[in-house]
Write a protein that binds this ligand. Structure first.
Ligand code: COA
Length: 163
């Protein structure tokens, strides 16, 4: 059985991520969406919130599971008995970092292949940060994230503005 791991911080999951998840679910027997700790970022949503949200917006994909992980991605992939990592590429600007990440992971575990999927052109500008910025100023994120995420963002920022 071919298992692929789609890692990310997903803070929050966007329509760009979902596009990759849907496409990967058609290519592999199982896709594990792996929510990882991004050391350099202070997340808006907790690990549990991010996992729950992704689970709720992927209920239509029976071969997609969602987990959080700590530690090195390469070690996590090995523990899951997988050898494929999926990464979405949005633009040329992503390539340098992704190239470094893929080679570093291969150095850690030569059995792991990183497969890059070009993002849907409709979402090539998208990132979780830009979505959060728009939502924080009460801007419309309707076409950028699933409705559930838009609602969770409204609740988060309404709470922050009222606290
Ligand atoms: N559509 C829209 N946005 C996308 C996207 C897509 N298809 N693909 C990536 N992005 C965005 C994300 O939203 C994120 O935006 P943000 O920075 O505004 O939050 C950004 O691109 C980076 O993507 P993401 O994959 O979430 O973060 P990352 O590239 O830093 O990787 C981990 C996160 C958890 C996978 C990585 O930090 C990790 O593996 N950590 C564990 C430690 C480790 O093993 N490190 C590697 C050592 S070799």
């Amino acid at each position: 059985m071919q298992i692929a791991v789609y890692p990310g911080s997903f803070d929050p999951v966007t329509n760009g991520h979902l596009d990759i998840i849907h496409r990967a679910s058609r290519l592999f027997d199982q896709v594990i969406v792996a929510v990882g700790r991004q050391a350099s970022k202070e997340p808006l949503f907790s690990f549990d919130e991010r996992v729950e949200i992704i689970q709720l917006v992927t209920t239509d994909l029976p071969n997609v599971t969602v987990e959080s992980f700590d530690g090195l991605l390469a070690h996590y992939v090995h523990r899951k008995e997988a050898n494929i990592i999926i990464r979405g590429l949005r633009a040329i600007s992503d390539f340098d970092y992704e190239f470094q990440l893929a080679l570093a992971i291969k150095k850690l575990d030569n059995n792991i292949e990183t497969l890059f999927m070009m993002t849907n052109s409709e979402y090539s500008f998208l990132s979780s940060s830009i979505v959060k910025e728009i939502a924080s100023y009460d801007g419309c994120v309707r076409d950028l994230v699933p409705p559930l995420v838009a609602e969770r963002l409204r609740q988060k920022y309404q709470y922050q503005n009222n606290s």
